[in-house]
Design a protein around this ligand. Sequence first.
Ligand code: AMP
Length: 217
Amino acid sequence: MRLVLVGPPGAGKGTQAEFIAEHFGIPKVSTGDIFRANVSGGTDLGRLAKKYMDAGDLVPDEVTNAMVRDRLAQPDAADGFLLDGFPRNVSQAGELDDMLDEIGAPLSVVLDLEVEHDEVVKRLSGRRTCKKCGHVWHLEYDPPATPGICDRCGGDLYQRDDDHPDTVRHRLEVYAAQTAPLIDFYRERDKLVSIDALGAVEDVTERAITVLTPHQD
Ligand code: AMP
């Protein structure tokens, strides 16, 4: 299965991506995670990406497209993948189509996680990530037993720079202007399935698996 997840920041794409990828036995390719790993590792790519990420803007297409092209050429992506956070605009979607044409393997399906604006703001502002294992907690919805400490590994929790209120607002504007048009783009191509992404994580995962299963090759 070659699958793309779309939805606003805070829709739970990263969390759902992990469960869905595991269920279908495909690698999860998250452009946000790859950029963050480069920022932590102090690479040239990380230094370049950080400026855009901290502002809540998109990293330029040439940089992002080249990174995705490299990642999808890895052997583990040969039999399918789940893209989380890419494409982020119609131009990237065109580039993805070209990449897939080259290998003669069309996209199977695009899953749209639907969440309303106010809920997204609440989710993003309460989000806390573990510095050590990367697990994502939420101050209200999924708090760790000891505030500020990860229950899974004991690591310290932090708030992503781009989850601060001003940046959240800007990221949502960027989503509405650049990423939301992908929903029509894929609907017109008969690739889109949508689910309600409100509710318990495992309920949303179950909904996702139910609508995606018929699209397995
Ligand atoms: P995410 O974890 O998906 O919310 O991504 C965090 C940040 O990484 C975004 O706000 C962008 O700055 C950058 N980013 C992730 N994916 C892309 C993409 N496909 N195109 C451009 N920038 C991206």
